[in-house]
Design a protein around this ligand. Sequence first.
Ligand code: NAP
Length: 248
Amino acid sequence: MPPVAVRVLVLGGTTEGRALASACAAMPGIEVISSLAGRTRSPLLPAGEVRIGGFGGVDGLAGFLRDRGIDAVVDATHPFAATMTEHAVAASALTGVPLLVLRRAGWAEQPGDVWHRVADLATAADLVPGLGERVFLTTGRQSIAAFAGVDACWFLSRSVEPPVPPLPQRVEVLLDRGPFTLEGERAVLAEHRIDVLVTKDSGGSAAKLGAARERGLPVVLVDRPPLPLATETAPSVEAALDWLAQAG
Ligand code: NAP
């Protein structure tokens, strides 16, 4: 067996994380280990080695990087997984293992969009009652608590796993995993007579935004948390592979 040239840790839980792991696994001279938080019971598993569960904070991650002889880390976590990214930045500084943050671009407003950008979920919860009664909530299972006190609205909450309480008084839970099609999103909005869509600015597949635009519905878009200063970033899997080629 030829020696492994570069051993990469991919912090995953996203489509990009899986795509990067597949690309790395297919490249000679790269060994890839993907890490998942363990939030979903049947996660889509990336190619290559996979470990599941938290590291135990910055020190735990730094220990993992040293113990496993990791040469480079790509943080491909979701743009809203801010704690994991903070920990990755700190562990990289502690160990000297280079870190790249892979972040797909956020969404850009198009003609016909009626967007309300807000800084956080609490502001979104304050805003929705003034925009409509029937709310399609797509911010993830851990975000629903922010809307628990909004009694003036009825919510359709969509997530892969059941939402984490407390829940709003009037809520219907829709368990589903993307990718979602424009036709499918049109049907959800029509069937549930949705007045307002709430989403994080995750980027990527935007079928729900297209369906909301067609119906002229207001969209409350929660902005991404800022990245730690001086973090090296790449917008795509291809750019991350170029960075890895240089890191090797
Ligand atoms: P978070 O708040 O940033 O992280 C909380 C803790 O979870 C971290 O300190 C770490 O525990 C552990 N963790 C998070 N991501 C991990 C990973 N990839 N591998 C190992 N441990 C991880 O994270 P989150 O927002 O709960 O997201 C958890 C996972 O779901 C991430 O992998 C993310 O990519 C994915 N995801 C998140 C969202 C979202 O909206 N936040 C959406 C889609 C997918 P320790 O401190 O013990 O290491």
